[in-house]
Ligand binder design. Structure first.
Ligand SMILES: *Cc1c(COP(=O)(O)O)cnc(C)c1O
Length: 383
């Protein structure tokens, strides 16, 4: 019999989620509004702090779409976007008929490189077009270089749309990710650090922006007894059932972060004596990652195998792993988009692998992973 599958990152319920769902059924709040939506938003607002206002939505992608709209992005505009990310960071730019301008990563945080960002802004300005927004991402939970990006964004007066989909619970200099953007977003998809099965949120700094986001996400109905509309609306609000899962998940968020961080520590000690394998780490103590996914860089010139060999060895034992995000400037769907930078993200994609990272992985899963990898690398290293 085959061993159970070890997933990269799977949902991990805390135990009280069903209580909130049952309350929704008992009170017939089976709709995209209700006490769980309000409660989940309040939980997130107090968790994030820094005066954050949260609007719960149907997905992180929907939140990015509304965020771009609220920053005034429209047809023909240009939006700068971190190239190394999940496609959902960039797709909403296209929903609006706008043009993504991709920027390379730097090797400390794997996130948008401040130097390449500035080069991109200068060149777009020279070509006569000021970018409307910067989509910056905290990849795998690692905060981007917050101070450097903020300084550049302010100097050129371009707002930041902070994609914190992977970084709920991460922080930079003690301040929570999700509070650094002019507008920020979160995701609660099934594979994220907490889940509502599917869901997301927009985070803003002012109650009136939250009201605006909620208005747009509920079909933009004007205040009238009949259905009256002066703006294009969307059906993006979170369901009260899903928000019930979210309320239960908020009770275990910090515990799950500690467990993900301990998975990271497990990989650090597993690869401590393995030259050629580098575990992705915080560059210094300003950065605190939730370590949503643990990742390694495999230097094939030292190890003698590449990341694909490692991935296939794991797959043969029913253990899921995945190459890092393939940069957007290399994706067929974004062919021809402007790109600034060098080969940092491309190189990371070639060598990087995400390993099982779930908060629900116990001792037996760790033993299977370490047993396999130790044998695999010792065999390869001794060839
Ligand atoms: C998951 C994710 C999204 C999209 O969130 P959904 O809730 O799945 O729509 C956006 N950006 C990044 C970086 C993500 O990882």
């Amino acid at each position: 019999m085959r061993n159970n599958k070890i997933w990269l990152s799977s949902p991990h319920m805390g135990g009280t989620e069903l209580k909130y769902i049952n309350q929704a059924f008992e009170t017939n709040w089976v709709a995209p509004l209700g006490p769980n939506v309000d409660g989940f938003e309040a939980d997130l607002e107090s968790y994030l702090g820094y005066g954050a206002y949260v609007g719960a939505l149907s997905s992180g992608t929907a939140a990015l779409h509304l965020g771009l709209i609220m920053l005034g992005v429209g047809y023909g505009d240009e939006v700068i976007c971190q190239s190394m990310t999940f496609s959902a960071s960039a797709n909403p730019i296209r929903y609006l008929g706008a043009q993504p301008v991709f920027v390379d990563s730097e090797s400390d945080t794997w996130n948008i490189c401040p130097d390449s960002l500035e080069e991109a802004i200068k060149d777009r300005l020279k070509k006569g077009k000021k970018p409307k927004a910067i989509v910056a991402v905290h990849l795998y939970g690692m905060p981007y270089k917050v101070d450097e990006l903020r300084e550049i964004a302010d100097r050129y007066e371009i707002p930041i749309l902070e994609d914190s989909a992977e970084a709920l619970g991460s922080s930079y200099k003690g301040q929570k990710c999700g509070t650094f953007g002019d507008i920020s977003i979160l995701s609660f998809n099934g594979n994220k650090i907490i889940t509502t099965s599917g869901g997301g949120a927009i985070v803003v700094k002012d109650k009136k922006f939250k009201d605006k986001a909620v208005f747009l996400s509920t079909q933009a109905r004007d205040n009238a007894p009949h259905y009256q509309h002066s703006e294009v609306g969307y059906n993006y609000r979170m369901s009260n059932i899903c928000a019930g899962i979210g309320r239960g998940q908020m009770e275990v968020l910090d515990k799950h972060i500690a467990l993900r961080r301990s998975m990271h520590d497990f990989y650090v000690s597993l690869f401590k004596e393995k030259p050629g394998i580098t575990v992705f780490k915080e560059p210094n103590s300003d950065f605190f990652s939730n370590h949503w996914l643990s990742a390694i860089i495999v230097d094939s010139s030292i190890v003698g195998v590449n990341r694909e060999d490692v991935r296939l060895a794991l797959e043969a034992e029913n253990i899921e792993s995945r190459p890092l995000w393939k940069p957007m400037h290399l994706q067929p769907v974004f062919e021809g988009c402007p790109y600034y930078g060098g080969k940092v993200s491309e190189d990371l994609f070639d060598k990087g692998l995400c390993l099982p990272s779930g908060s629900n992985l116990g001792e037996s899963e760790r033993e299977r992973i370490s047993g396999l990898l130790e044998v695999f690398f010792d065999r390869k290293l001794s060839v």
